[in-house]
Design a binder for this molecule. Structure first.
Ligand code: PAF
Length: 270
């Protein structure tokens, strides 16, 4: 069945109140361009909750680069089709003015974990991300919300947000979905040429420890193979990396210790 689509936050809130869904709603926030990674989050929510809400909103406040925002893939019809096939019940597609009545004069800031890795490379990115996630969680009022480990730092920050602001939503961590070559699925992958894709496979291979290379040699090998390095770092038994190939930015992370702490805990980055 076609999911019920809401473009107005007021309409969604009125519906939520009338149907009294809050005790059984699962939520998957996205920026659209859905792929198998998003689909796995939606499937898990459909499995674990009576109803599932998907939101699609390309959030401008979390982009540090105008051309990245302009070039972000927009595939609404295909996204609705994936939601229908996955048995999603509702889709929220809000507008900027509806979501930001304050025109982003109010924002959420985290002052510790958000300053390393992605936060250092993309100033203000996490302010925008945390602000929109807080807004969406307050609007959706889900019992559970699903986030992928591909964006591990985002996941940790959202778990911290839920704890810091006593949100009534359980944040569920879901494993990264990879293609048959071990490459993490991402909306930005479609911007890689087939030649770049073949080259890019070296990134997860090195980062995962398959080649036994060290934190010191991985950046050297990647640089030598045409990658531009943003960071390669290890924290709490997990190795994180961000690189650029041409104008496509890739991020990934792997658990590199058997004794890694559970992915539900917030690592101390220092
Ligand atoms: O991971 C994403 O797609 C976005 O950061 C999110 C969580 C939907 C917020 O805009």
């Amino acid at each position: 069945m076609l999911p019920k689509i809401f473009t107005s936050i007021k309409d969604w809130q009125a519906f939520l109140k009338k149907e009294n869904l809050t005790h059984s709603l699962g939520f998957v926030p996205t920026m659209g361009n859905l792929h198998a990674g998003h689909q796995s989050l939606l499937e898990r929510s459909v499995q674990e909750n009576d109803h599932t809400l998907l939101s699609i909103f390309i959030n401008p406040t979390q982009f540090d680069n105008h051309s990245d925002l302009e070039n972000y893939p927009r595939t609404l019809e295909e996204d609705i089709d994936i939601a229908r096939k996955t048995n999603v019940d509702f889709i929220l597609i809000p507008t900027f003015s509806d979501l930001y009545p304050d025109n982003y004069t109010y924002k959420v800031q985290e002052t510790h974990l958000s300053h390393i890795m992605e936060g250092k490379s993309r100033p203000n990115h996490f302010d925008g991300m945390l602000t929109i996630v807080l807004k969406l969680l307050l609007i959706a009022k889900p019992i559970r919300a699903y986030f992928g480990e591909k964006d591990f730092q985002q996941l940790q920050l959202v778990q911290g947000l839920a704890k810091a602001f006593f949100l009534d939503t359980e944040i569920i961590a879901c494993p990264t979905i990879r293609d048959e070559n071990g490459f993490a699925l991402s909306s930005r992958n479609s911007r890689l040429s087939s030649e770049q894709y073949r080259q890019a496979l070296l990134f997860p291979k090195l980062l995962s420890g398959q080649t036994q290379d060290s934190l010191k040699t991985i950046p050297e090998i990647l640089s030598g193979c045409g990658f531009q390095i943003d960071y390669i770092e290890e924290h709490c038994g997990r190795r994180f990396g961000a690189v650029k190939l041409g104008n496509v930015r890739l991020i990934d992370n792997f658990c590199i210790q058997n004794s890694i702490q559970s992915s539900n805990s917030i690592p101390n980055p220092l």
